[in-house]
Write a protein that binds this ligand. Structure first.
Ligand code: HEM
Length: 407
């Protein structure tokens, strides 16, 4: 596949803002997506581990993690859409070819995701009070985790097939016979996939520190449970962190030849340093994690660590496609559209910011207060603003559509 052929596959309309904007947003939203995926997998696994345990602590944790896992699936899906949009804008020749080559799996992805989410709900419906009754129907949770992992594996395969234009023809027409059925996934790299999955352990450990701090804020009286949680969180971060780095080393040792440069790059070094710093943070903070926002800061630091890992992952793609295949994502034709760029950032910052601030504040304060919770006048006003902004956004959306259509 020559660079000219790759460039010919680009959208002739160009992109509506500088390509760097899409690359940066792609990294940031990928980090958020993978963080939600990792919390989802970690919480689901802890639910399965704890629900059937004779230990009251484990069962209590399972009850809480089941709720976390349910919400994390929806967050992972919603935030997964964002990197999907950005990757298909600047890497469209690669992303679409990879998708078309495995079209069945692209559609199957949605079916498996729906089934995986239903299976998690089936477990939830069967378990109203895990603390009192213990778990029931664990097979549903096993099925859910397996299906969600299958979904991640499909995305992993699509993301990697796009990096091998030299194989596309052989995948499309094996032995020169065209086979357009899209039934196969053609490429995967297990150590890379497992690296992102293994990171679920330290990320969930960081999440547990936040959960524990939240309970402390709500005046939790069971000190033994809080102590137990701390030990578990620490083990998940330390042991999980070491296992992830070992799997990451296996990924580096088995990189395809054209990507081997990455194993000795500064990008990889930065990612390893960032991960090590996050894992060491609770050891440095010690008892400060019980004060102020420090208990939450560990997950915040984890999110920053994932942004660094996401940036390194993006450099691996950018440099491979530029160096080996002559495709420069940064020289995409720009057809500057200030309206859509402005609308995007306003939606993200103002509409999203105010609405999320309201929902999170209400959920937060309700969880921290005892008895009936009544939001303050300020919080209620933020809620009214969110509704107003959403109505305004919807009116603007249709108004511009009608204006353009009527012209
Ligand atoms: C719920 C189960 C899911 C799991 C376990 C999962 C897991 C993963 C993993 C492991 C990666 C990294 C792959 C790699 O770099 O090799 C990834 C990337 C990605 N995921 Fe997910 N994912 C899930 C759902 C979704 C959904 C529902 C969407 C879209 C709506 C999505 C969109 C993406 C995108 C666009 C990327 C790659 C972006 C890029 O190439 O830069 N994922 N996911």
């Amino acid at each position: 596949m020559t660079p000219e052929m790759l460039y010919a596959l680009r959208d002739p309309a160009g992109v509506p803002s500088h390509p760097l904007v899409f690359l940066v947003l792609g990294v940031l939203t990928f980090a958020l997506h993978i963080a939600a995926v990792q919390v989802m997998l970690g919480a689901a696994t802890l639910t399965l581990r704890g629900a059937f345990s004779p230990s009251l602590h484990w069962r209590r944790l399972a009850q809480a993690m089941l709720v976390t896992a349910k919400i994390a699936v929806s967050v992972a899906i919603v935030i997964g859409v964002a990197p999907l949009l950005f990757v298909q804008v600047v890497y469209d020749p690669f992303w679409y070819t990879s998708n078309v080559l495995s079209a069945w799996w692209v559609i199957g992805f949605i079916v498996l995701l729906i089934l995986g989410y239903i299976a998690m709900y089936a477990f939830y419906w069967k378990n109203h009070d895990i603390v009192a009754d213990g778990g029931r129907g664990g097979i549903w949770m096993v099925l859910s985790i397996a299906l969600l992992l299958a979904v991640g594996f499909i995305v992993h395969s699509l993301t990697n097939q796009m990096l091998f234009p030299e194989h596309w023809m052989a995948w499309y027409a094996p032995k020169d016979v065209v086979n357009p059925d899209g039934h196969s996934l053609h490429y995967w790299h297990l150590p890379r996939f497992l690296f992102f999955i293994a990171l679920s352990a330290p990320v969930t450990g960081a999440w547990l520190y936040g959960y524990r701090r939240y309970l402390q804020g709500a005046k939790e009286t069971d000190a033994a449970y809080l102590g137990w949680l701390r030990g578990l969180a620490q083990n998940l971060m330390l042991i999980g962190g070491v296992v992830s780095v070992l799997i990451g080393a296996l990924w580096m040792a088995t990189l395809p030849e054209k990507m081997a440069w990455f194993a000795s790059s500064v990008w990889l070094l930065m990612a390893v340093v960032a991960l090590a710093a996050v894992v060491a943070l609770p050891l440095v903070l010690r008892d400060r994690i019980d004060r102020g926002v420090w208990g939450y800061a560990i997950f915040g630091a984890g999110a920053v660590g994932l942004i660094v890992v996401g940036a390194a992952r993006e450099m691996l793609r950018f440099v491979t496609l530029l160096g080996t295949h002559g495709y420069n994502a940064m020289d995409y034709k720009i057809n500057m559209d200030w309206y859509s760029t402005g609308l995007f950032f306003t939606t993200f910052g103002v509409v999203g910011g105010v609405t999320l601030a309201y929902l999170l504040t209400v959920a937060w304060q309700a969880g921290q207060s005892k008895g009936l919770y009544t939001p303050s006048a300020t919080v209620t006003r933020i809620g009214q603003w969110s509704v107003g902004l959403l109505i305004g956004w919807t009116v603007l959306y249709f108004a511009v559509g009608f204006f353009v259509w009527a012209r």
